[in-house]
Design a protein around this ligand. Structure first.
Ligand SMILES: [Zn+2]
Length: 477
């Protein structure tokens, strides 16, 4: 290849005088080029002409072509220590100026989005979408919840030393390669060959529009689904936590569902994006019977990992209810969930300063709600509604139990679990627990209490599976 052949191929591809192009390239992909990297740069500049502009990102590890481009005497560098680009041409200054003042490195008021506004192109020469910086623009414009802040101290073009934080900065691993087919299928991206190089050309505006449509549909669209990729597991969890923040209810999960040992439980909660735990069992033992110092240490360990304890759940209340309540309180837990009928222990717990929920076990809805309402005549308490236990009492949890027991007035927690009539646990909305109906009606009331995955009776499958099933239900209501 020589300069003229490359220029002809670029024109053939559709580039012309006055165009603006952001180029990501691998020189090696072209094969042997007479005149080397200089000839490739000159071919682009010749085709774009005096009115055109060529840009290249100049951060990360740079190839020889970019290295030479950025060092050309007429190259303008965008004055920003993150997401920096170099540009040569009529609009170099307009594209680059004040880059550092933008709120993000790749979003609004940066060379990347200005290029789209000016009708420019993104060109990938012998590289894939993994190198496509404009996909960072898509992420930043969507303000995806897994993106982080980044801070740098640097000198502005005016010679001032400034420390600045840019929001929505790209994280570690993403799978941009998988996006390529959407650009291809849209028809907006051309793929041609120059020498041995596969060259992609797409209008920057089309790239942003297509990418943003994908991201709006699925905020995890550039995350990989490899369960061994710790980066993407964490980034997916951030999306999940952000999604749940927009719900009125508080999400928690049974410690028994989340794992056996505390570090394992913390890791599984983090991977699922859940920030609260209901302590029922740890290492197979009932938390209600833990030694007070061990219980306090467990709460502290969760707290240090950013996990709050939504409640201590006791399926059986210890004989010495006063000591039990005092220990729970001393551990820093604010709420206990006791079995329906444990009125005496409930009174003691309220007196100890704890919030009390009563969970149905084998009662009918009428009996369970009567007990809670009677209790409430003297001291406040709420219902923890377990649909699987109502199934075992031969009631349809939504159509009968929830309505007959008038639980709307007293419910403080819904256990998120499902089963068939004999109590065999099933994935959410795959049993007879009417869990979808229960979730839906509570959401319609803007229920601000707790949804607890696997609370009380446990749940089929893993914590992650249940969290995903819940999200799926919410997204399909
Ligand atoms: Zn990954």
């Amino acid at each position: 290849m020589n300069k003229n052949e490359i220029a002809a191929a670029l024109r053939e591809m559709g580039l012309k005088n006055g165009d603006k192009v952001l180029l990501h390239s691998s020189l090696l992909s072209l094969g042997k080029v007479d005149g080397g990297p200089e000839a490739v740069i000159d071919a682009f500049l010749e085709v774009l002409g005096k009115e055109g502009t060529l840009l290249m990102p100049i951060f990360g590890s740079l190839g020889i072509l970019t290295e030479i481009f950025r060092n050309r005497p007429d190259a303008v560098h965008s004055p920003c220590p993150v997401g920096t680009v170099a540009a040569i041409g009529a609009d170099a200054e307009a594209l680059c100026k004040d880059h550092w003042q933008a709120a993000t490195a790749h979003g609004k008021d940066t060379p990347f989005t200005r290029l789209a506004d000016m009708g420019g192109y993104v060109c990938l020469m012998g590289v894939d979408q993994d190198r496509n910086t404009s996909l960072h623009s898509v992420e930043a414009l969507l303000e995806l919840p897994y993106l982080c802040d980044t801070t740098r101290t640097f000198e502005t073009p005016e010679g001032e030393t400034v420390t600045k934080t840019w929001k929505y900065y790209p994280g570690p691993h993403r799978d941009f390669i998988g996006v390529d087919r959407f650009f291809r299928e849209s028809g907006a991206m051309k793929i041609t060959r120059i020498g041995n190089s596969q060259v992609r050309l797409i209008k920057s505006r089309d790239l942003l529009d297509i990418g943003m449509a994908l991201g709006r549909k699925d905020p995890a669209f550039v995350l990989c689904d490899n369960p061994e990729c710790a980066d993407c597991v964490k980034q997916r969890a951030a999306i999940y936590a952000d999604r749940m923040k927009h719900e009125a209810f508080q999400l928690s999960a049974s410690s028994r569902l989340a794992g056996r040992y505390i570090p394992e439980i913390i890791e599984n909660l983090a991977a699922a994006g859940i920030q609260a735990v209901e302590l029922d069992y740890l290492q197979g033992r009932a938390c209600a019977f833990m030694a007070p110092e061990k219980l306090a240490a467990a709460v502290a360990e969760f707290s240090a990992a950013g996990v709050s304890v939504s409640a201590l759940s006791a399926a059986v209340v210890p004989n010495d209810a006063e000591t039990f309540a005092a220990n729970v309180k001393a551990a820093g837990i604010t709420r206990v969930i006791l079995p329906v009928g444990a009125a005496e222990a409930g009174k003691i717990a309220v007196d100890a300063g704890l919030e009390v929920f009563f969970r149905n076990s084998d009662q009918t809805a009428i009996a369970a709600s009567k007990m809670i309402n009677d209790f409430n005549l003297n001291v406040p308490a709420k219902a923890c509604f377990n649909p699987v236990s109502f199934l075992k009492a031969n009631e349809t949890p939504f159509l009968k139990s929830y309505r007959q027991g008038r639980f709307i007035k007293i419910i403080g927690q819904l256990d998120i679990t499902d089963a068939v009539w004999d109590g065999t646990l099933k994935p959410l909305a795959r049993g007879n627990g009417e869990i979808k109906e229960l979730i839906s009606i509570l959401r319609c009331h803007n229920f601000s209490g707790t949804f607890c995955l696997g609370g009380g009776t446990g749940a089929a499958g893993t914590l992650k599976e249940n969290a995903d099933q819940l999200l799926d239900l919410l997204d399909n209501m």
